[in-house]
Design a protein around this ligand. Structure first.
Ligand SMILES: [Zn+2]
Length: 164
């Protein structure tokens, strides 16, 4: 039986289970992308802030949200992208960053580093051996959100989640 009405908290709880398609060890809630749920007569509006505007994963996340809600009997839902305030890596909790490291991705070093383009200013720690003796190989790793680094200590390549 489909529930007549949902509470905002119940919908947030449902959606907080959705994983980031690019980093399946963390959820969209842990990444800080899930901003809010607004319930009105017209239905249910989900506010989502993309981590990176060009991130192809956003379409997948939107579909995941709509299908999760549909399974719960909520048909009149829509996803609205909110670009202000812009997502920042500050919205990731320390626990989330630790999960990224265990997944083999170096977590963002500091938040307002729009200066990742000059990686000499950024000390990136190898997620495998924790050495900071690393070098940038390519500004684009497995996805545009990440940069490819190599560790001079253990010689392993790894992804660095670029901060912004
Ligand atoms: Zn290493």
């Amino acid at each position: 039986m489909v529930k007549e009405s949902y509470l905002r908290e119940e919908i947030l709880a449902l959606l907080s289970e959705i994983k980031d398609p690019e980093i399946p060890v963390v959820t969209i809630e842990e990444m800080g992308m899930l901003r809010d749920v607004i319930l009105s007569d017209k239905g249910c509006e989900i506010l989502l802030t993309p981590t990176y505007t060009a991130c192809p994963a956003m379409g997948i996340i939107e579909q995941d949200i709509l299908s999760t809600l549909k399974e719960a009997g909520i048909d009149n839902a829509k996803v609205t992208m909110v670009f202000a305030p812009a997502w920042t890596t500050d919205w990731m909790s320390e626990t989330t960053k630790e999960k990224l490291i265990r997944f083999g991705i170096a977590a963002p070093v500091h938040s307002s580093c729009s200066n990742w383009l000059s990686p000499k200013n950024v000390e990136v720690k190898c997620p495998k051996c924790e050495s900071t003796d690393t070098k940038l190989i390519s500004q684009f790793g497995s996805t545009a959100c990440k940069a490819l680094y190599s560790c001079n200590h253990c010689h392993e390549p790894f992804d660095y989640f670029k901060c912004h």
